[in-house]
Design a protein around this ligand. Sequence first.
Ligand code: IVH
Length: 679
Amino acid sequence: MANSPPESSRRRVDELTAEIRRHNALYYQNDLPEIGDAEYDALLRELQGLEADHPELLAADSPSRSVGAPLEGTGFATAAHRTPMLSLDNAMDADELRAFDQRIAKLLGRSEAFEYVAEPKLDGSGVELIYREGKFSQGLTRGDGRMGEDVTVNLSRVPSIPKQLRGAGARPPGFASIRGEVVLPLAAFQALNSQRRERELEPFANPRNAAAGALRQIHDIDLPRLRSLEFCAYALAEGKPEAHASQWQSLETLGQWGFLVSPESRVCQGLEEVFLFYRELLERRSELDVEIDGTVVKVNDLALQQALGTLSRAPRWAIAYKFPPEQATTRVEAIHVQVGRTGALTPVAKLEPVRVGGVQVSNATLHNQDEINRKDIRVGDTVVVQRAGDVIPQIVRILLAARAEAKAPLEPYALPVDCPVCGGKTIRLDGESVTRCPNLDCPAQLKTNLRHLAGRGALDIDGLGEKIVEQLVESGLVERLSDLFTLEAETLEALERMGAKSARNLVASLEKARDTTLPRFLIALGIPHVGATIAEVLATEFGGLEPLIAANAPEIEEIEGVGPAIAESVARFFADPSNVAEVERLRELGLRWRDPDPAPRQAGPGGALVGQSLVLTGTLSAPRSAFKARIEAAGGKVVGSLSKKTDFLVAGDNPGGKLQKALNLGVKVLDEGALEALL
Ligand code: IVH
């Protein structure tokens, strides 16, 4: 053949196709992307470029023509979108946006400026909501653009999705298709991730993945997460009132029907106003409570939209004008170590300052030694940093090529053997990712421990703020927690800026705090992993402090909701005689509580699941070991792999392949709620 494309192009198209498909699956099915949007766009563009140069290489099922990922084995019923849910082409810079404007001018044969609607491009999960006779009847994910997953139950828990369209004078349409984005506001995202860290679950990479994951959980297991989602409407695909002639009117109607619509959206006369909008939005990006990654620019006039039409993947009348990626490259100048309340050593990379998504960044958390090893981060490395919803920036990866050019070889990094604050030996327990300074009297810990002990959820001591704690520790008046309860007003008065009245007040607060409860006391001790929930469970299960002090890790782990790491941490704490002595001293100094009534211990065999075998999959609301203990207490058995003989599959959040396998084998699937009911 004379003009057949070179073999290298053919090979590259195959590679790109496979690579893009893999990233689609990671993004849309697993909610765990490996690369950022900018890198993904670069792959897609390279593929589109090659296909444009060699149309013979354009396959009917090329990822450049389709949206999302195939819907196999997701565990949800699927349904067709009446009109496809399209994607958007991207403009990565001003020139590409100008090219878009010129392209449509040419297609329509017009020279005057267009009226556009500019909207924030929300970084969440696109969904379609169907309303029949004004009533919410079905909600679908975008899926592959033609078919979506039916997530009606989950969507019906999202507070900003009206059950009924509000009238606003007009009669509701018989059928309406509303499209918009489900997002997780940043505050909720941060709270969710800190809960996940507390429960030793992998935190979500960004709010978009957390939102998508929430929507695709089996039924509504994690109700609080669904309740914290927001739906923001941006298109009325079907059901427009007769008089509608513009996108702007659609947004107004959606607002009147009771939907949230982005208050930032604007009508722009011509491209210059769009540029202005874009710059202003970019400035304000970090103030918004949801993540946005650009501006969507839409031709306002619906008749013009119609005339321009759509291609298989995206409409011709709209484009996403993307913000610069929230990623940047810089250099690691040093790694510093902070010692936290529980003695955890947290390595922090000091970076050569760089702007990321409009914010100056000079630190990035490295979490722990495992994370450093996994990414092989060394002082002197050139790294990619990103801000992804979390306030604290992260290092995505290192650039190995840059390391090769370094003058001297870079040394792998190891956390210090000695605590940088007190000089004591640090430890790392089996199965834990954290390196700790075990010395409770380490000044770094003592200050944070005192603040923690004084906190609302613990002993709730009024008047023990950061400044006073600092003074108490630095003056040597307090060398361990219990010293706090030996303080007298006269001694306190001698401290700088402490008046007689404040001193008396603090002593009175300390007196009041002596009357407490066992859970609060447990929290106050600052045992790693013991927050409010765990403290409550330990107190009721053991019924008093002595049995808890006497328990070993396996005994503690028997309790529902207590995983191995927590059990180990509690047992270790009380195995240390100095901690027990400290507890004793606190009691001698007047701390008191009434023991709760002990809960009846778990029933022996003979429960609801006798002889049944169960497989657990996906993320459950408590550690698996807790479910295992309860299932076993009810006479059941938890096994690792599925077979025809398995009685039940318990599917949590993001269940993965086991769910499909269970369906194929005819094994009954339970969500967490159904399991609870059985137990
Ligand atoms: S309009 C045919 N408007 O971005 C029009 N989409 O990258 C397509 N998105 O699939 C949708 N904010 O999930 C539109 N204001 C907005 C948007 C928006 C976010 C999402 C949407 C879409 C994706 C394309």
